[in-house]
Design a protein around this ligand. Sequence first.
Ligand code: UDP
Length: 238
Amino acid sequence: MEKRNELYRGKAKSVYETDNSDQMILLFRNDTSANDGERIDQLDRKGMVNNRFNAFIMDELEKQGVATHHIKLLSDQESLVKSLDMIPIECVIRNISAGSICRRLGVEENLDLNPPTFEFFLKNDPLHDPMINEFHIESFGWAVADEVEKMKQTTLKVNDILTKLFRDAGLLLVDFKLEFGRYKGDIVLGDEFTPDGCRLWDVNTRKKMDKDRFRQGLGGVVEAYEEVAHRLGVELPN
Ligand code: UDP
């Protein structure tokens, strides 16, 4: 399989086409961004750690019946994925209050949310990803009702699977974001899962082990990601 042109360059990841129109290559870069890309830093090893971490999580989700775009690891910073027709919506589940929900609703951080909350956001950087609901998604034709239901049910299932997986590793899955796409008539998870796109706290100390370390200038970002990977049993080269 041959790597061709860069199709898309995100804040921390690039997507390349291949000689197979059904498959693409994801390159996990070392870039780390905050505030809609206003602040960008290079963090040594982050691309490699995230690539391996993501492959581990995707394999676990597939084992438990979640259809994902992931095919296989290709190299330290690259993975092969299915090429999906992406839906421009972010699905966010929160088990504990943190981040934007505290700013939007004026609630404290660290409240247990029972049941967990579910939110949709429109993927639109210039508009800062506004919150939307199911009516917006259907009225503007971003997805149809069945697809919305599938995205919601799959995100809830991912929450059940990963809450347990992280809990067994001494970590609280505070919240996370997922995106989906269409592939040969199905709705498939089309996102990476790394500490860049979720919040993870140590269960005993509530120490932040995710991208909030970068957003909040706490330092030790990659060290925390490596610690999370280590606790889950993800193999990382020295
Ligand atoms: N998130 C993400 N990409 C986005 C927006 C949010 O990966 O464009 C993740 C974020 O890392 C967190 C969860 O989704 O785990 C909820 O994010 P929130 O709405 O609290 O926004 P933030 O405080 O991260 O700006």
